[in-house]
Design a protein around this ligand. Structure first.
Ligand code: DGL
Length: 304
């Protein structure tokens, strides 16, 4: 069981920002990732539809022998938080770890949340914050256009479109003087420097993927479930080989890691539900490294 992969799923490829954090925290874990690219976005759909899709995504991962499942999607997480886990493996969502971290970080007890329409409508973060800090002021803002912006590579903090959209969406958060902001959607951490610029570095930004990865690491460590089947070759040599492979992309996060001698022995297997045409381009933006595992297209409807 300990050497089974971690299963992670998202409505599309945004969940790769969560995989990125899992890779940082748990470099030796194998990951099976399912991106429902044929049915993305989830964030503008109804709770009934999102829940149905999530169940199918989870069933697919379970068939792939995973040791636990991560909802690497802010929208799915917001609809599953505090619901009993009916799966045969442990389930992790992104709301609880992010909220705990925000409650710890805030000094003025004013917390902002940004996410998809469905996430903000669910009030999942707000309810959880109120459980831990009843006196907190909580403001949620739906920011749907950030998703296509990131997917189209419109992420530079100096880009006029980025500046304008960040200002438009974050103005209420700034005006409400929130000192902490949960980036409650998979794509948003890619815009972190643009958020920081507009908020003048005065607001603590919480990346739910990072907090979730910490939680998963704690769980695996405490339960003696860390993968121990990793490649045992000399680190130096591995990194040299890796660097050669990443030679064309010298500035990627991955090549920087390799220069510092950080090797990841875990492998990622990718499954998607639509043609994987733009996968590599998207993966580089969202994962921060070139996707090196197999990419397989499946028919999620037939996987039931
Ligand atoms: N992955 C989704 C989320 O984190 C964003 C994209 C979508 O709407 O499906 O909420």
């Amino acid at each position: 069981m300990r050497n089974f992969a971690i299963g992670a799923f998202d409505s599309g490829l945004g969940g790769l920002t969560v995989v990125k954090e899992l890779r940082k925290a748990l470099p030796n874990e194998n990951i099976v990732y399912f991106g429902d690219t044929g049915r993305v976005p989830y964030g503008s759909k109804s709770e009934i539809t999102i829940t149905k899709y999530a169940k199918e995504d989870e069933a697919f991962l379970i068939k792939n022998n995973v040791k636990l499942i991560v909802a690497a999607c802010g929208t799915v997480s917001s609809l599953t938080v505090d619901k009993p886990n009916t799966l045969s493996v442990p389930f992790f969502e992104m709301i609880t770890p992010a909220v705990k971290s925000a409650v710890k970080a805030t000094k003025n007890k004013r917390i902002g949340i940004i996410g998809t329409y469905a996430t903000i409508k669910s009030e999942a973060h707000k309810n959880k914050i109120k459980e831990l800090m009843p006196e907190a002021f909580v403001l949620g803002e739906a920011c749907p256009l950030f998703v296509p912006m990131v997917e189209n590579g419109i992420i530079d903090k100096n880009d006029i479109v980025v500046k304008e959209m960040v200002k438009r969406y974050l103005k209420p958060i700034k005006e409400a003087e929130c000192d902490t902001l949960i980036m409650g959607c998979t794509h948003y951490p890619i815009l972190e420097s643009a958020f920081n610029e507009y908020l003048e570095g005065k607001v603590t930004l919480i990346n739910p993927g990072e907090m979730l990865a910490k939680t998963v690491k704690e769980y695996l460590t405490e339960n003696n479930l860390l993968n121990d089947s990793g490649c045992k070759k000399g680190l130096e040599n591995e990194c040299k080989i890796g660097l050669k492979n990443y030679g064309n992309n010298k500035n990627s996060e991955r090549s920087n890691e390799l220069k510092q001698g950080i090797e990841k022995t875990g492998r990622i297997e990718y499954f998607v539900s639509d043609k994987p045409d733009s996968f590599m381009k998207q993966a580089l933006i969202l994962l921060g490294e070139e996707a090196s595992g197999d990419i397989t297209k499946i028919d999620i409807e037939k996987e039931k």
